[in-house]
Design a protein around this ligand. Structure first.
Ligand code: PY5
Length: 306
């Protein structure tokens, strides 16, 4: 999905023209992947664009950076102010938001600590990551031959740039094999997550997802869906999942900021079928909430125009 160009990108406090938002070729982050990022979304509501769980995303960015020993030169509140302002400056009704903490210049050895830490934020309108068709009818998933990195290889709790080589390898493999998206198993062989999504199944009426200890990112959409399940009185448990649990699931779905809530209609060619009732219920509530149509969950939204 191509990026839609907007007017400005925020870089270290400046609103820079889109085409001038550049880094030096010797940015250490480009060479070694030492950096942290976020994926956030703003949705169109009756009161203008609203950012879903804005603070939680910026807090996770700060935590990711802390794990990597990068001092973010802007507070969570400053980053939130900058993002709201950037959306007002560019004017999209809804958009994807991509904050990045990176090493803009410094040394070329493997010690990142002496390098300068910079922050950028870009926004652009971005449709559903796994396609409109997938949102409605479900996607075809493939268990990857690539293993999800372990927590003692690269910290899995940090949304660290370099980790996404692992994700992209799995993604490319799945697409080239004719599937829509991958599912990675961890080094113990248990289900971990998608390249950029958490994984859920529904089995005998219970919503299940692997615990964070299986090397999964603590997804903000994951947290929201768990809350929705609780509020809808749908039983939920965190549990380790084996590959065959995916094959025998009554329902399965991905969650993520880019992906949103996307049903799986098959895993490794084992048919799960059309999106099931629990998946649909959670998906419908998710979209109602992000569009500002559920007053009870309005606290999850940060309205850009106040
Ligand atoms: N797991 C991984 C590895 C992720 O990268 C993401 C988000 C998630 C789970 C879901 O987390 P959340 O619900 O907080 O978004 N992925 C990014 C996103 O913006 C990048 C995708 C290209 O969705």
């Amino acid at each position: 999905m191509p990026i839609t160009k907007m007017a400005k990108i925020w870089m270290d406090g400046e609103f820079v023209d889109w085409d001038d938002a550049k880094v030096h070729i010797l940015t250490p982050t480009l060479h070694y992947g030492w950096g942290a990022f976020e994926g956030v979304r703003a949705y169109a509501t009756d009161r203008g664009p609203a950012i879903f769980h804005h603070r939680a995303h910026m807090e996770r960015l700060h935590r990711s950076a802390a794990i990597l020993q990068m001092d973010v030169p802007y507070s969570v509140d400053e980053l939130m102010d900058a993002t709201r302002e950037l959306i007002r400056v560019n004017g999209p009704e809804s958009c994807y938001i991509r904050p990045l903490v990176y090493l803009s210049y410094g040394e070329m050895g493997l010690n990142p600590l002496p390098s300068r830490v910079s922050v950028s934020i870009a926004v652009w309108p971005w449709g559903s990551y796994l396609g409109e068709e997938g949102l409605v009818n479900g996607v075809r998933a493939k268990v990857s031959s690539w293993q999800r990195i372990g927590a003692n290889m690269i910290p899995t709790g940090a949304k660290a740039c370099g980790v996404y080589i692992n994700s992209a390898l799995a993604k490319v493999e799945a697409i080239k094999a004719g599937y829509d998206e991958a599912i990675l198993l961890n080094e113990n062989g248990y289900v971990s997550e998608g390249p950029g999504e958490n994984v859920f199944i529904v089995s005998d009426g219970v919503v299940l997802t692997p615990p964070l200890s299986q090397g999964v990112l603590r997804g903000i959409t994951r947290d929201a869906v768990i809350r929705f399940a609780g509020d809808l009185d749908i039983p939920f448990a965190e549990t380790t999942l084996l590959r065959h649990d995916l094959y025998t699931a009554d329902e399965a779905f991905y969650t993520g900021t880019a992906a949103e809530v996307v049903p799986m209609r098959s895993v490794d060619d084992r048919e799960i079928g059309a999106p099931g009732p629990i998946t649909k219920q959670l998906q419908d509530l998710f979209f109602a909430v992000v569009k500002g149509k559920e007053p009870k969950y309005d606290y999850m939204l940060d309205y850009v125009n106040g």
